[in-house]
Design a protein around this ligand. Structure first.
Ligand code: FES
Length: 201
């Protein structure tokens, strides 16, 4: 998956104003009633401070747990580059509707609603080696960290996030040409009926 920044939005709404009570300690009033009041007031302030600190710590712990869960942290990380299971569902479209597929080596990115988990699919026209051309399709979701492999090249397309390159040659379609990715891109069975390209997910 692409790198997903998380912005820590911890917010503490401390409405407890420990200094809101009047402070008599500097008044010079030494009457017994006032001294007792000062002692009670100081105790109340200390109690409120302790309560505020404890509440903030609890809020921080709860929010941190939520952030870690969203990040897939801890002992159960989420691997967003895991390919979806095959469904057998098909998509078809006219080859002529994609100008980039008019020549060998040409490729284009397309998405098909929720197919491939909604991630782009890279479709390429390749030379089959027997004088005819065929179409091939694979996910454009980089197996390194989930960015999109979206930069065309003669023999390979590149993921610009960290520079991984994947083959678009018929003999090793989707294979890693350069890392850091270590796994090939998931390919999808693709046929051509003379007019339409049919991709099976
Ligand atoms: S996400 Fe790192 S090279 Fe593609």
């Amino acid at each position: 998956m692409p790198d997903t920044p998380f912005k820590d939005t911890l917010v503490f709404n401390d409405t407890l104003d420990a200094n809101s009570s009047s402070d008599h300690s500097q008044s010079g009033d030494a009457s017994p009633e006032t001294s007792l009041h000062d002692i009670q007031d100081a105790s109340r302030r200390e109690f409120l401070k302790t309560l505020a600190t404890t509440g903030a710590a609890l809020a921080c712990t709860a929010t941190l747990s939520a952030v870690l869960a969203a990040c897939g942290g801890g002992s159960n990380p989420t691997n967003s580059t895991t390919p979806p299971p095959a469904t057998g569902e098909q998509e078809r479209f006219a080859a002529s509707s994609v100008p980039a597929l008019a020549t060998v080596g040409g490729g284009a990115l397309r998405t098909f609603a929720n197919r491939n988990n909604g991630n782009p699919v890279l479709i390429v026209r390749v030379a089959a080696g027997n004088g005819s051309d065929v179409f091939r399709a694979m996910t454009a979701l980089c197996t390194h960290a989930g960015c999109t492999v979206d930069t065309p090249g003669t023999n390979a397309w590149t993921c610009l996030c960290h520079g991984s390159r994947f083959s678009i040659q018929a003999s090793n379609f989707g294979a890693v040409v350069n890392g850091p990715a270590s796994r090939p891109l998931q390919t999808f069975p693709t046929t051509f009926d003379g007019t339409n390209i049919i991709i099976t997910f």
